[in-house]
Design a protein around this ligand. Sequence first.
Ligand code: ADP
Length: 640
Amino acid sequence: MSTPQEFTFQTEIKQLLHILSHSLYQNNEIALRELISNASDSLNKWRHIQLTTPELRTDDPLQIVLEPQPEGRVLVIRDNGVGLTQAELIQNLGTIAHSGSKEFFQKLASRPATGDGAPDLSLIGQFGVGFYSAFMLADRVEVVTRSYQEEGAWRWESDGSGRFTIAPAEGDVSRGAEIRLHLKEGLDEFLNADRLKLIVRRYSTFVPHPILLADQPLNEQKPIWVEPKAQVTDEQHQAFYQWLTHRSSEQPLWHLHLSSDSPIQFHSILYCPPSNFELLGFGDLQHGLSLCAKRVLVQDDCRELLPEYLRFLHGVVDSADLPLNVSRETLQDHRLLPKLKKVLTRKVLDHLATLATESPEKFAKFTTQFGAILRTGMGQDFENRERIARLMRFYSTHTLGTGLSLPDDRAERRTCSLDDYVSRAVPGQEQIYYLAGSSLDSLDRHPHLEAFRRRKLEVLFLDDPVDEFALTQLGTYEGKTLISIDSADVKFPEASQPADEPARPPAPARFTRVVELFRGALDTLVADVRESDRLTESPCCLVNKQGTMSSQLQKVLATNMQGFEVSRRVLELNPHAPLIERLCELSANSENDEFIRDCGRQLHADALLLDGLIPQAEESTRRSLRFMEELSRSRSSILH
Ligand code: ADP
């Protein structure tokens, strides 16, 4: 007998094993689910290899066997799938960590493994490290295996403490893999047939191969997606969702069950998870749908079936028009895939539109979790732009009321759709107004809004840069141009002119002098200085010249694109603001010229600040210090 070769686990796997083997996690039955799932994957691979390489065909029935061995306190999970070669054992079970797994380890390591806020270990399968959950049940694990690619068989063994060994296996080992769990103290329940039945029924009903215990199949293997829609129960959907996603404690937010006979034949069930893992900082998770041909899995995680912006959906698509023996390489080019993608995308977007009207609460949840991903579709999917636009939701001057006290909880703030907006537009309104910025509160206080509030024109608030990109891509909606209200291209409809508003008095005398002084001071900083008719209270605001991008979009581009030059804007002055009126008076005396210029510089700096742009800070703070010194000199120290 040759001596076993010893190996050290890769560092992150070592950490993971430490957590798993010490966890008191009650849900340790998920380990069984993971091992059964691996066995099923291996059987799928074998079936596929046989289909594409007929000379390898065998007729042993593909199955998974559970075998409790009470005398040795061992639970065996056996499959007759592809098996593992020596190299695969070394790599897949010990030395190479799956790319997505690092985040999972970090999340696990940074929180206690039990009690409140415990990380959900049941997610383990999504990170490509499901095998290691065996150490939740066992203090010693053996894998005895023979690959279809090798003559010899191997025995992998570890106690989970940092090392594993590999040696040639003795005896007659048939193709496939046998996982031998030497159960931990106190886990004898995993030798109990009734308990095992329950676990399999709970987590593995949909495994597409028979799972046998004492020669009895435990699972139904029912492909619910080919059943008539009305016959599938909520419980079945929940179980199927949990099997697909490896998320044992979750219910899907919604599902969509589709069947079609022409022009392409397919059945499909799609599920939307209740929460977006990407928002929790897990990065992009494995995504894609399972593709089946006549109920047989052809490919997991098939990304070609849905666009990137619907990547959060899980599910299965089964088409009889797909040949069973299509290889993974040629599958990507198969002409059926783009057709399926088109139909599925359309159906999902239509379903969301229905959800929005029929279950607004569910739709609101959906928007909070996945709205931002969905909106990226506006730039990717020209054909469905309008459909996606219809699903966008915004806060606005209308939904947030007067804006004097915004509720702190975003969930309590109402949103509206573009259709809602259009239905409230005043007669003759040709544009849809929006304002982009970094927070709702600062948007709500923006001087640009004064004119719109006065005219009772609704303005949408965009507090996520994705929104503005999306709207820019869209350009128009229902014949109305989407426009940022800091643009000089803004047009006010006649009908919005407040009837009771007195005619605007002419600008005070010497206003042109103030404008001239401001122009001189801001020569290199602004495109122009001019009178404004949009302000009622604020002394000034910055407006974009005709045809230029909104300030926020420019800001985003400037931070992300090297060499992008922000275009200079127009400083508009409100001649009736108290400060400007006073400056007009003071301009009669040329000794005040420099002071007026300084006011111009400071107003400009403050306007930039309001837009979230940092003006030349040093100069601006020195100037405001000077103002304060001057003001304090004019105050008296004696109480009158
Ligand atoms: P994942 O299955 O998500 O890749 P695992 O940690 O569960 O992650 O398994 C790692 C790898 O080990 C699998 O990708 C597969 O190549 C191999 N493997 C695990 N179990 C089996 C099995 N029963 N038969 C063949 N290969 C297996």
